[in-house]
Design a protein around this ligand. Sequence first.
Ligand SMILES: Nc1ncnc2c1ncn2[C@@H]1O[C@H](COP(=O)(O)OP(=O)(O)OP(=O)(O)O)[C@@H](O)[C@H]1O
Length: 436
Amino acid sequence: MSASERSVVLIEDDPVLGESLVQRLTLEGVSTHWARTLREGEALLRRYRPNLIVSDMRLPDGSGEALLTRLMPELGGTPIIVITAYGDVAQAVRLLRAGADDYVEKPFPAQLLLDKLAALASWSPPPTPPVEGAGWRSPAMQRLRRQLLKLGQVDSTVLLSGESGAGKEVAARELHESGRRAARPFIAINCAAIPAELLESQIFGHERGAFTGALERQTGLAEQAADGTLFLDEVAELGATAQAKLLRLLQERRFTRLGGRETLQLGARIIAASNTDLRARVTEGSFREDLFFRLAVVELKVPALRERPEDLGELAAHFLSHFAAAFGQPEVQLGAEVFDRLLAHDWPGNVRELRNRIERAIVLAEGPRLESHDLFPEQQPEGAPWSLAEAREAAESAHIRRALIRSGNRLGDAAQLLAISRTTLWERMKRLGLKP
Ligand SMILES: Nc1ncnc2c1ncn2[C@@H]1O[C@H](COP(=O)(O)OP(=O)(O)OP(=O)(O)O)[C@@H](O)[C@H]1O
């Protein structure tokens, strides 16, 4: 992996430590996104898919342990290094057991973290599973599909609501692909992921010289969508200026590139989505009412995963076979009692959470069969307390397994990924009872 591909989300409130880590990491060619609070950290984690997460445990708005334990299963196989307070061994053990990969104790030299990072940052996310017809069995999803099919034949603007990860983008694509614009482009914009100052030029494009750095004319996404579909995800996050521009775009169906004179026609159909209650945003005054009514010509709700248990089995099977193949694993199966556990879970992160729990479990499980504790590591029964040495060994062997999977079980390549010699790898595997 080239250095430019490495990325880290750092959650650290200490300005001096944070700044020095960002500087060191940037110098090493790692692109670093720095959050100073848990809230910011959660937003960055959802926005980027970093190669590595580094998080302090004591933050102004709460405990990093609670955040990571909650998010870990949703983060797929992404390695996590936690920064713990000096001497808090119990916390380090708890975090390693829940799935963290390593920890550093405060205070620590930046170099120590960089060394740990070098060993872990070789992780790269596997390809996203295709959306291939799984997850539409339940009555609620069948009803939704019938509505999408009808809407594909007309041009009304549609607002999709539903919890994060429920499948709003999947529904938007289904509408597009089953409709009469299917052969045209489908362009998705995540309004929350693009900084406000860039959003306008992303949507409308710009002319050469429109602002400093605009060296070439750039067509915007509204133009690229042509007479296909423009999907605006997380519209609730648009600022006041962007809302005004979007309203004008919807009213006039015309726009100009930034710094341009030519008036262009909007040919695309608009689908918008929000995982927060847009009506409530209107009531509290942060979302324009006139824009809301323009967007919500037809409103559809994508049901949460907990409301459609009939879809769980099929989706789980779909993700299992995808990730097993992506990691070059032989067929992976679910243990007998796992299905009941899946049904009992509340799925706050919906289908995305299911996908990421399965991805993480396949990377970290010890055998070809996934058991409940592989999918829900944060809910392990306490049992006999682990010593720090045991927790470290478990994290180490999980990390070695990850390297073996990534290198197709070639010891030499895995050793290189782990930045250790072949002999050292061999000895560690023997000590940990791992088979190549
Ligand atoms: N039916 C499905 N089949 C396969 N994958 C699915 C399905 N539904 C959702 N997913 C996967 O779950 C993840 C979340 O889906 P999607 O992005 O559509 O959700 P969303 O509701 O738009 O989320 P957000 O509010 O965070 O933008 C994606 O990785 C998507 O591929």
